[in-house]
Design a protein around this ligand. Structure first.
Ligand code: SF4
Length: 251
């Protein structure tokens, strides 16, 4: 995200609390291997999720978010499409856009992939009437049991607006606070349950990358304007093209 901000705003100083706060999706899609993957499917258009490095964006024709992915795929009607890096999101988008022929890079988010379909089924039995809200980065077996599938923003909105008083959420647990905050503005409260992980002894629903950011580091990066995000100019221009196309198509 910070790199995308720098790509779009080259003259601005872009700082982050911790340069190591990346993403397993970005880590699991290295440029050299991705280049070879693209070369093995000649003639394909490459659509990459926003959670990728500048190098992967530079190899792409179009960028998408989980909110606009279906729209971006529909724009490429008739084209052979490579989708990267999240295979679960890719599979969900391909179904929604009726493009089951999409070629998926075999990446996954370490947080969303760990939700347990069996655990979710048990939790649903214990909480009849609960509404299940999931992010499309979850495995198909979890999505198949969900009442609502959407991006983080979509999940927060639905959690606040829906009638159900008990919610089961299958995404990173950082959204809980946001949902509770928005509910409290409306003077409401709901019971929010985390979808169980495969290993119930760990907090696998918490993203270790996001958790590297904390208030102290945020304060220090604003005070010292460091560490700064930099993107080499030639790479920036290559990565800018598919991002700008996404922004144009999103108007
Ligand atoms: S939860 Fe963490 S690892 Fe998963 S997509 Fe978000 S930032 Fe990446």
């Amino acid at each position: 995200m910070a790199e995308t901000a720098k790509i779009l705003n080259p003259k601005s100083t872009v700082v982050v609390p911790d340069l190591e706060a990346g993403c397993s999706l970005a880590d699991g899609c290295k440029p050299e291997k991705f280049k070879a993957f693209i070369a093995s499917h000649p003639g394909s258009k490459v659509v990459s999720y926003i959670n990728t490095t500048a190098e992967i964006k530079a190899l792409s024709d179009l960028i998408c978010t989980s909110s606009n992915a279906v729209k971006m795929i529909e724009y490429l009607e008739g084209e052979r499409i490579i989708f990267a890096p999240d295979r679960h999101l890719g599979r969900w988008v391909s179904k929604k856009a009726d493009r089951t022929d999409m070629i998926l890079w075999p990446g996954a988010c370490i947080v969303h992939e760990q939700f347990s379909a069996k655990g979710l089924a048990t939790l649903k039995i214990r909480n009849p009437g609960a509404r299940v809200l999931s992010h499309p980065e979850c495995d198909d077996s979890v999505l198949a049991q969900s009442d609502f599938i959407a991006s983080t923003t979509g999940i927060i909105r639905e959690a606040v607006d829906c009638e159900e008083e008990v919610l089961i959420i299958a995404t990173e647990d950082g959204v809980f606070h946001q949902i509770e905050k928005e509910l409290s503005v409306k003077g409401r409260r709901k019971t929010i349950l985390q979808a169980p992980g495969m290993d119930e002894t760990c907090s696998c629903n918490q993203c270790p990358y996001m958790r590297l950011n904390n208030l102290e580091k945020l304060y220090l990066c604003l005070r010292d304007l460091s560490p700064q995000v930099t993107v080499q100019e030639e790479l920036r221009l290559q990565a800018l093209r598919p991002i700008e196309l996404m922004l144009e198509l999103s108007k």
